[in-house]
Design a protein around this ligand. Sequence first.
Ligand SMILES: *Cc1c(COP(=O)(O)O)cnc(C)c1O
Length: 423
Amino acid sequence: MTTFYGSDYAALEFFDPDIAGVLISELDRLRGGLQLIASENMSSPAVLTALGSTLSNKYAEGYPGRRYYGGCSEVDKAEEIAIERAKALFGADHANVQPHSGASANQAVYGAFMQPGETILAMSLPMGGHLTHGAKVSFSSKWFNAVGYGVDKKTEDIDYDEVERLAKEHKPKVILAGGSAIPRLIDFERFRAIADEVGAIFWVDAAHFIGLVAGKAIPSPVPYADVVSFTTHKVLRGPRSGAIVCKEEHAKAIDKAVFPMMQGGPQMHTIAAKAVNFKECATPEYQKYAKDVIANSQRLAEGLAAKGIRPTTGGTDTHLSLLDLQGVGVTGADAELRCDAAGITLNKNAIPFDPQKPNVASGIRVGTPSVTTQGMGLEEMDVIADVIHRAVTETDGSADNTVTKEIREQVTDLVTRFPAYPR
Ligand SMILES: *Cc1c(COP(=O)(O)O)cnc(C)c1O
């Protein structure tokens, strides 16, 4: 497990102690606290080895067998393997593994299906969507007409009737499902039916939950959607990157949109790392991991609910929960700060119909991908629920607070028993 932390690292330490120092202290930070950010995970030494390889040097604009540069015989193999593994893992007709990130993958989907000014119907950012789904500051609303749907006031889950009503009213070219703060399963069948009703392309942005799909722990959007974009570094646990799978009829449009419409040379080292990750995801160990992530997430949400920190929608079906702090009278921003001081890393997050500004927020988002990678289970989730609750309600965010110090000790005990990147 420690091969990546090896001889090359020593060489870097000798040549550039400034940056080597950052790498070392970041690893210490990672190991020293509880990592509960729902979009983060800890990829394997095998993935990190591929990322740190000489494939980073190679220019390979184009696709395997059709490159604009010579010398691509070896990197072609890496990309072909990555494509085949992605298709097999998700049961997809076609895969493009070149997007540099989730946002780049999404840009390519816009490029493949939409002309400037055309309409997209997507979940709005304050309701749980993503910047690239039509937020004010994003290209997605500057270049396209973005119509946003939200959640039902009572259930706090996607308001499918609203989606249908808006689809009929606005006749969007594309309907998008997915987001960054959706704790519940998405009804892909219902979305497909709405898209068919108005003749729209149905796109799923599975960035957050694709790992749970890969691990066969939740239903897949692939049979329903025209196109599915995703990141590879969240629950999936691969390198920081993106990918797209789609139906055969859209293969050419997607490939052209990724390159040359949106991107230049692909990052071949990252593509090799994606291939390694897809192989990991096809194992029984990963499938168990995906189920454990959800079981842990549900236990954590239950534990917090029992202490008066309410999960929106009443709970979670996935790796994340969104917690409403109004009941304990603390803002999301304060909670983030107080947890941080106690060695618990999580993020403030707007909840549906949040009365606070986004940079204050009434909620926090917690996810279990990282702690589950470290091997923590249900018992540890009970401890984590307790330390979050105490940090939020009994501390003030200063490092010398007595309760903060107590919590830090409990956190240290947990991460010592379940270390990240064991030495
Ligand atoms: C994380 C995320 C993205 C963006 O991924 P980046 O790699 O950060 O660009 C896109 N869509 C959704 C729904 C996400 O959660």
